[in-house]
Design a protein around this ligand. Structure first.
Ligand code: AMP
Length: 215
């Protein structure tokens, strides 16, 4: 399948993407993960992106499009892809449309996962992530803590709070989402690709996607 996952930070895009990849071997592409990898590696891309990310701002569109143009042409995308956190602005959506047309690739749908702001705020402030770049397992101190406090169940590395998951950065990220990314819902509605799901459970989102793919 070839899907775009829309939704505010904390709406569950990453969780839904991971579950969907198990269905048909489509690959999850998270621009946030790619950028965090670049920051850790200290690459030019990482150096340029870091300040925007820590403030909760978006990284400039041309940097993101450079990453995605390469990534979508890698062989693992042939079985399908789930775009998690991209596009984030109307210019990115327009550029993606042109890029996919050039590559002869059609999207199946854009899924908007709509979760109330208070649920999101609660989820993000309590979210913890495995610090091992090859693992990045996600935990929640309230609902899904690691078995041993602060230690990843899967790989034993420390489990940490992301720099951009402090209350101030989260609030900024949500404002940025409403201003820059929420208009994409209208964009994909016009394209006839939108599936809106009002759901706080990832299973409900998956059922909606399966139904639409089957229909
Ligand atoms: P995420 O993990 O998707 O919430 O992304 C973390 C941060 O990376 C965001 O707050 C942005 O600073 C940056 N980022 C990720 N994806 C994009 C994108 N498509 N466009 C611009 N910035 C992005």
């Amino acid at each position: 399948m070839r899907l775009i996952l829309l939704g505010a930070p904390g709406a569950g895009k990453g969780t839904v993407a991971k579950l969907l990849t198990k269905m048909d071997g489509s690959v999850q592409i998270s621009t946030g993960d790619i950028l965090r990898g670049a920051v850790r590696a200290g690459s030019d891309l990482g150096k340029e992106a870091e300040g925007y990310m820590t403030r909760g701002d978006l990284v400039p569109d041309d940097l993101i499009m450079g990453i995605m143009e390469q990534r979508l042409q890698e062989p693992d995308c042939e079985n399908g892809f789930l775009l998690d956190g991209f596009p984030r602005t109307i210019p990115q959506a327009e550029a993606l449309k042109a890029m996919l047309a050039k590559l002869g690739i059609a999207l199946d749908m854009a899924v908007d996962i709509d979760v109330p702001r208070d649920v999101i705020l609660d989820r993000l402030t309590t979210r913890r992530t495995c610090s091992n770049p090859d693992c990045q397992e996600i935990y929640n101190v309230k609902t899904m803590p690691p078995k041993q406090e602060g230690i990843c169940d899967k790989c034993g590395s420390p489990v940490i709070q992301r720099d951009d998951e402090t209350e101030a950065a989260i609030s900024k990220r949500l404002d940025t989402y409403n201003e820059k990314t929420a208009p994409l819902v209208g964009f994909y509605e016009k394209e006839g690709l939108l599936l809106s799901v009002n759901a706080t459970s990832s299973e409900a989102v998956i059922s909606g996607v399966k139904e639409r793919l089957a229909g």
